[in-house]
Design a protein around this ligand. Structure first.
Ligand code: NAD
Ligand code: UDP
Length: 315
């Protein structure tokens, strides 16, 4: 039975990854300091092969026994989280990534870094392919996240090139699904919550900025294909379906049947104007492409979160 370590495993993506790995027959060691994750995300897991350890990966990291895979997801991810935790975000991208890579090296494990489309910043190339170097403001408020991830990518390549670690880098584009925190500030959980509460949907700026939204199960499939491959340079995983944020708000009103109004608020500094993955590489290398469209994904998110709420209330 293979053993996987998942840092950030009690977070949104990490908890779905733990579920999938257990379903694939892995033993899973989930390391999380619960900064932005929660035990509720993993409380449904009953498997004896699942081990949760509350641990900050920026500190000393040791895992007894054999480890075959290290998935390094630990990091604040929502703008409101990394703006609240700027130093921690830089620390987890640097020390945390060093420690996770050191673990992979010591165990001769395959390693996957959860990087981000934010390495492209406010891109001047559209859509973004992996060979675009990006347009990031290093000293703006988002710099703490963007540069931490850029550093983490550099570090990962150095461990691969100099230390021979079997590393993989996934550049994740906006991903959504059940278990996102309703107040995590990201567009989809915010709009869903506002729509369900019949409160105004808060579109920042004029809503003409674009994003491309991937459903979580598609992303996790991409993780598994990538870590099983022999490819070591970054790979975009995301859904190329591109929407303006105003279109997203309108779609959420339609899907929820809400009569909420849309209100416009100030655009945050350095908010990227466009974002859309070029997934040519993922298609050719991994045979991967997304299978869940936005409407289906939003409906699944609503249904699965409602089921979870019901189960929680009943217990
Ligand atoms: P999340 O905030 O739900 O999960 C992050 C998890 O990391 C949390 O459980 C948090 O408690 C944990 N964590 C933070 N610092 C830690 C530390 N020092 N030690 C141990 N655990 C720590 O966010 P998410 O959306 O699940 O993102 C997971 C990863 O994917 C992040 O690395 C993020 O940068 C990356 N990513 C996510 C998206 C997305 O759209 N969801 C997009 C691009 C990249
Ligand atoms: N956004 C918005 N209203 C909100 C939350 C976000 O208009 O209540 C916008 C935000 O300004 C950005 C887009 O939605 O242009 C996506 O934001 P999110 O925080 O989800 O992700 P990121 O900016 O990291 O792509």
């Amino acid at each position: 039975m293979p053993t996987s370590v998942v840092t950030g495993g009690a977070g949104f993506l990490g908890s779905h990854l733990c579920d999938r790995l257990l379903a694939e027959g892995h033993r899973v060691i989930c390391l999380d300091n619960l900064d932005t994750g929660t035990l509720e995300n993993i409380e449904h897991i009953r498997s004896p092969e699942f081990d949760f350890q509350q641990h900050d990966v920026t500190g000393y990291l040791e895992v007894p026994g054999a480890v075959d895979f290290v998935f390094h997801l630990a990091s604040p991810a929502s703008p409101i989280d990394y703006l609240r935790l700027p130093l921690h975000t830089l620390k987890v991208g640097s020390y945390g990534t060093h420690n996770a890579l050191g673990l992979a090296k010591a165990k001769r494990a395959r390693f996957l870094l959860a990087s981000t489309s934010e390495v492209y910043g406010d891109p001047k190339e559209h859509p973004q392919s992996e060979d675009y170097w990006g347009h990031v403001n290093p000293i703006g408020p988002r710099g703490v996240y963007d540069e931490a991830k850029r550093y983490a990518e550099a570090l990962t390549m150095a461990y691969h090139r100099q230390q021979g670690v079997d590393t993989h880098i996934v550049r994740i584009f906006n991903t959504y699904g059940p278990r996102m925190r309703p107040h995590d500030g990201r567009a989809i959980p915010t709009f869903l919550r506002q729509a369900m509460e019949n409160k105004p949907l808060t579109v920042f700026g004029d809503g003409s900025q674009t994003r491309s939204f991937c459903f979580v199960s598609d992303l996790i499939e991409g993780f598994l294909r990538l870590i099983g491959s022999d490819y070591h340079l970054p790979v975009n995983i995301g859904n190329p379906g591109e929407y303006t944020i105003l279109q997203l708000a309108e779609e959420i009103l339609r899907v929820t049947g809400s009569t909420s109004e849309i209100v416009y608020e100030a655009l945050p500094q350095d908010d990227p104007t466009v974002r859309q993955p070029d997934i040519t590489l993922a298609r050719s290398l991994l045979g991967w492409e997304p299978t869940v469209g936005l409407e289906e994904g939003l409906r699944s998110t609503l249904d699965m979160d409602a089921d979870r709420e019901t189960a929680h209330t009943a217990s």
